[in-house]
Write a protein that binds this ligand. Structure first.
Ligand code: 5GP
Ligand code: MN
Length: 328
């Protein structure tokens, strides 16, 4: 499938060719797409002989720690030193990195989330990409860097996780074209899946049990509400990081159309994650509370009484379920 390449792609290639030192960052609490996009890019730049540092505010989620290059990611909330460009992946605005000092550099902003604020000197966003790594794939190709098994593994990891294991409506034929090329480059999809999904600790399983045991159902059986606070995590012997992926489980029930997951930050401050099936768009609900995301996966932070918040989000999600089909 041939489409006209975005003009920003050419600009990125030009800057990469001309400049030697790069810092790559992504959002706080990185996920598979942030890590995969960053490291695929880092490997490609290093192949071209560039000086590359990857700096994030938070470490990669535990299942991703075993992937190549993850150990080389620096964890810091400030970037020191000088670079010829900062490549920012997956961030609607620069503060989402949680890393101070990036604005000092020539910023290349690469993102697939709607609502990107175009904070860079180059801004490339493509909300039709199922993962930011689909865009990185295009950059790697445009740079003429061979698709090494490390680059291909990170691109596949990003797509696998950001599509919810090929569940979300963001998937396109292009997604599978890229995955096919990744496999041809030597990616072992069985090994990637085992590392991502089947490498858990017992605390995580017990925590899943506790959270799902306390799950409530609203919206005439179509909305699942899950909740976690620090006491529950400690009692189960798990951590907040261990909840990665938990939010998708209620959606495995046929009738459940949306899930909202409240995680206590402290006192009555909560991190809210939401998921939905098919055409149900929950990103507007997240945006209403200062967050954002995609049609099927979005999040925000809220403060208030948890019982009232549960009621409020059930109402909002009921409305989202009942809205007429949104355009793809
Ligand atoms: P999660 O529920 O996994 O934290 O986030 C789901 C999706 O929503 C991700 O694509 C993430 O980038 C986006 N998202 C989550 N929280 C926020 C937020 O506070 N602001 C914005 N702009 N996007 C968010
Ligand atoms: Mn993403």
């Amino acid at each position: 499938m041939m489409t006209t390449p975005a003009p920003e792609l050419g600009q990125i290639v030009e800057v990469v060719r001309a400049r030697p030192r790069f810092v790559i960052s992504s959002h706080a609490r990185p996920d598979g797409d942030s890590i995969g996009s960053q490291l695929a890019m880092a490997y490609a730049l290093r192949d071209l002989g560039k000086d590359v540092r990857v700096i994030n505010q938070d470490s990669a989620p535990p299942p991703i720690l075993s992937f190549p290059g993850v150990g080389g990611i620096e964890i810091a909330d400030r970037v020191e030193g000088s670079f010829d460009a900062a490549i920012i992946m997956e961030c609607g605005d620069l503060t989402r990195t949680g890393v101070a000092g990036l604005e000092r550099f020539f910023v290349i902003n690469i993102d697939h989330h709607p609502g990107n604020t175009a904070y860079g000197q180059i801004n490339w966003f493509d909300s039709s990409a199922a993962a930011c790594a689909e865009m990185v794939f295009d950059i790697v190709r445009a740079l003429g860097v061979p698709l090494s098994v490390e680059i291909a593994t990170h691109i596949y990891l990003a797509i696998l996780t950001d599509t919810g294991s090929f569940h979300y409506s963001s998937i396109s034929p292009r997604t599978f074209d890229i995955c096919r090329e990744a496999l041809e480059a030597g990616v072992d999809p069985v090994l990637v899946a085992r590392n991502v999904y089947d490498s858990n600790n017992m605390g995580r399983l017990k925590l899943f049990g506790a959270v799902l045991g306390a799950m409530r159902i609203g919206g005439s059986g179509r909305i699942a509400i899950v909740y976690l606070d620090h006491d529950m995590a400690r009692d189960a012997g798990g951590t907040y990081e261990d909840t990665e992926g938990l939010i998708n489980l209620p959606l495995t029930v046929k009738e459940i159309q949306t899930v909202v997951f409240f995680k206590q930050i402290q006192d009555n401050e909560y991190r809210v994650s939401m998921r939905s099936k098919g055409d149900i768009d929950i990103s507007a609900v997240a945006k209403e509370y200062g967050g954002g995301g995609h049609r099927n996966a979005a999040g925000c932070n809220v403060t208030g009484d948890i019982e009232l918040l549960r009621k409020l989000f059930i109402e909002k999600l009921e409305r989202a379920i009942e809205l007429p089909e949104s355009p793809a």
